[in-house]
Design a protein around this ligand. Structure first.
Ligand SMILES: [Zn+2]
Ligand SMILES: [Zn+2]
Length: 370
């Protein structure tokens, strides 16, 4: 977790400072700490901090948000997100001050993809072909950017330095910034003839079919990582990874609880009272269940090993839990009605359980008033 930063302290203003005071304090500090004027160790860091503080306190919405967080003492959960949202402002502000591209190999960016699979596919595993668009090293120049046979020569714009100086007017004065050379992108050298296929970028976009193997037992929201199937790296750096997030469709009969499969078994009064042998669907065909006589709604039968395989241990499987629901018939034909009436006479009326104090019905009689 990021340590809590006190933006008021950074700008040296009180908590009830006016917008104008905050702006004044920021200008003064930014002028003092700008890395092009201040060569102290850590000046750039301090300058960035000052900016960060001003991006928040100088904006009424963000300031209100910040004050709320501080007030709630929530230890700045989500502070990272709060700050990362400021990235664009910093980047614009810092454009060219010290960001010079270097030839350090860097890994490519990650790619994300989402696929929807059926309940059974999650249970048994499956393979899916997906098509993605990604950056790869140019096949013609093999990522070098030059037409085969061309040569690397010193960049004429920056004389090989990779950066040029530029005067900039800003909110708090005039600065000379070093900016990345636009001709050689900071590399100091250019090719005599750019690659015709990638226009010298060394990269090209490609559509690729990727086969994704989904292991048995995955759950909704699971993420599969395919190493090196993301965007190409730079300067020989490895490609990024591809992450495939799975959405598992609901099943018309089954629900899932971890590795167990849940199933509701509807039976009628007679089956519940007399007992029966019934067939229930499972992920792999059907299974028979002996419903003993006198079974009540809510009774759960375990079908061992009829659930989903465990991702960690493919040999272990969950169970299918079959929950009995005794269904009351909502339509009776004449014969059924006669039989139920006969049964009703035999069974008699169910008795109200004894209750202490005033009963529900008594209260009803009094019109709900006690
Ligand atoms: Zn090329
Ligand atoms: Zn250059």
């Amino acid at each position: 977790m990021v340590a809590k930063k006190d933006y008021y302290r950074i700008l040296g203003v009180s908590r009830d400072a006016s917008n104008e005071d905050i702006k004044k304090a920021f200008r003064k500090l930014a002028f003092e700490w700008h890395p092009d004027r201040n060569y102290e160790d850590g000046a750039a860091e301090r300058f960035k901090e000052i900016n960060e503080a001003y991006q928040v306190l100088g904006d009424s919405d963000k300031k209100a948000q910040y004050d709320r967080w501080e007030h709630n003492g929530r230890g700045f959960v989500g502070f990272d997100d709060f700050v990362s949202g400021l990235g664009d402002v910093f980047d614009a502000f810092f454009a060219g001050t010290s960001r010079v591209r270097s030839r350090v190999p860097q890994q490519g960016a990650a790619l994300h993809y989402k696929i929807t699979i059926a309940f059974e596919e999650a249970a048994f595993g499956c393979e899916k072909d997906i098509e993605i668009s990604r950056t790869e090293y140019c096949s013609h120049c093999r990522g070098q950017g030059g037409e085969p046979g061309s040569q690397l020569v010193r960049c004429p714009d920056c004389n090989g330095a990779g950066e040029v100086r530029r005067v900039q007017q800003s909110l708090f004065g005039r600065f000379v910034n070093r900016v990345v050379c636009e001709r050689c992108y900071g590399e100091g050298s250019v090719v005599t003839e750019s690659c015709h296929q990638c226009k010298g970028t060394g990269r090209e976009r490609k559509r690729r079919k990727i086969n994704v193997k989904v292991p048995a037992g995955v759950d909704n929201g699971a993420r599969i990582r395919l190493r090196g199937e993301g965007e190409a790296g730079t300067w020989g750096g490895p490609a990024g990874d591809l992450y495939v997030t799975l959405a598992v469709e609901e099943h018309s009969l089954f629900k899932r609880d971890g590795n167990d499969v849940l199933y509701d078994l509807p039976i009628n009064f007679a089956q519940a009272a007399l007992g029966d042998e019934v067939e229930v669907p499972t992920l792999e065909g059907t299974a028979k269940i002996k419903v003993p006589s006198g079974t009540q709604t809510g009774k759960v039968f375990h079908l061992k090993g009829k659930g989903l395989p465990s991702l960690q241990q493919s040999s272990s499987k969950g169970d299918q839990l079959v929950t009995v629901r005794v269904v009351t018939p909502d339509k009776l034909d004449e014969e059924q009605r006669r039989l139920f009436q006969e049964l009703s006479r035999k069974l008699g009326k169910t008795k109200m359980p004894e209750q202490g104090g005033k009963g529900f019905f008594e209260r009803m009689r009094r019109g709900g008033k006690d």
